[in-house]
Design a protein around this ligand. Structure first.
Ligand code: KG4
Length: 334
């Protein structure tokens, strides 16, 4: 089943052609350079660039896949959650294609597609499994009971892990997207030099990163007031270690409580080198199977949308032309 998929939820305009779990093309046009000067994504600029880029990205995806529009069986699109203006560009473009080509329109939830990035990389992976989804806007622990059946068991009460890393990086003078730059520059953590809080949450599987974010803001502000230098590689390593401590502790205790045999990590922060290394070690020790997406599928891309769309279609999730975008929507909305 040939699906043309579209992703425009944040600052990447991406179009892919997929056939089941097979990726025929996956074109990603990133706006990172433009948003860098503002230290984060400017929603209005993101929407404008999506509008300018989407036709060319779509043509490139069709060309790279070696197909023609008439060969397509369906069009899929990320419709939620994300930046509303950015999402609307993709949704309207997808509706236009669906209408003119006379093919079904498949709505895809952004976090479901991040999880599906793992199906591209790991051929044999299938539900049920426990999934930690960590991105710039979300941190979520979910039981994935089937390809389209999700049971969230923990979520962030405030900021996402990626947002905390991005903000920490900004305070340290590192450029956007900060999570990647923290990962690159981090050396040895020194928790005595830079003590950071471990958040408490009422539900043991929920997350909270705002206290950690504030602690880093305070450390850097206090140093600036006293005209002291921050040891950036050490603070970066300390922050990375704390974020990983939180993510790993919660995931592994959910694994034990839910008696999960397979763990999947998804989303932009799943590219983090310390998270990968430590999770691999932990899961090996406890006899748990662990899966990550390939690095090129960790960030936002349309290939993962196409793969999830295949399963959404099989489960009967087809939209009509009045499909709207939504800035927020739980993963188990349906
Ligand atoms: O999934 P994603 O591309 O976009 C959203 O859907 O939010 O995630 C972006 C987030 C950013 O916060 C970025 O800093 C973080 O993923 N990120 C990383 C790494 N690569 C990207 N965080 C930590 N370590 C990395 N290597």
């Amino acid at each position: 089943m040939l699906i043309l998929s579209i992703e425009s939820s944040c600052d990447e305009t991406s179009v892919a052609v997929t056939d089941g779990r097979k990726v025929l093309s996956n074109i990603v046009s990133t706006q990172i350079e433009e948003h860098k000067i503002y230290g984060g994504v400017v929603p209005e600029i993101a929407s404008r660039r999506h509008t300018e880029n989407i036709s060319a990205v779509c043509r490139a995806a069709i060309k790279k896949a070696g197909i023609e529009y008439k060969d397509l069986d369906a069009v899929a699109v990320t419709f939620a959650p994300g930046l509303i203006g950015a999402l609307l560009v993709g949704v309207n473009f997808a509706k236009g294609l669906s209408y003119t080509l006379g093919i079904p329109l498949i709505p895809v939830h952004h976090l479901r597609s991040h999880i599906a990035a793992n199906y591209i990389t790991n051929e044999n992976l299938k539900p049920p499994f426990l999934c930690l989804t960590v991105s710039g806007g979300n941190t979520l622990l979910t039981k994935v009971e089937d390809y389209t059946v999700f049971k969230p068991i923990g979520k962030t009460m405030d900021d996402a892990a990626g947002e905390c890393l991005d903000k920490a990086a900004r305070c340290m003078g590192l450029s956007y997207p900060g999570g990647v730059n923290i990962d690159k520059i981090a050396t040895e953590a020194d928790t005595k030099k830079y003590p950071l809080p471990y958040p408490k949450t009422e539900n043991k599987f929920d997350f909270s990163f705002s206290g950690l974010k504030t602690a880093i803001v305070n450390i850097t502000h206090n140093a600036a007031q006293k005209k002291e230098e921050i040891d950036v590689p050490v603070l970066a390593a300390t922050v990375r270690q704390k974020v990983c401590d939180i993510l790993i502790d919660k995931t592994m205790s959910a694994v034990r409580e839910e008696n999960a045999k397979t763990v999947v990590i998804a989303g932009g922060v799943s590219a983090n080198s310390e998270l990968r290394e430590r999770m691999l070690k932990k899961c090996r020790e406890e006899g748990i199977k662990l899966y990550f997406p390939e690095l090129k599928y960790c960030g936002d891309n349309a290939a993962m949308v196409g793969v999830q769309a295949f399963y959404e279609y099989e489960s009967g999730n087809i939209a009509s032309l009045d499909l709207n975008a939504a800035a927020t929507l739980p993963i188990d909305y349906r």
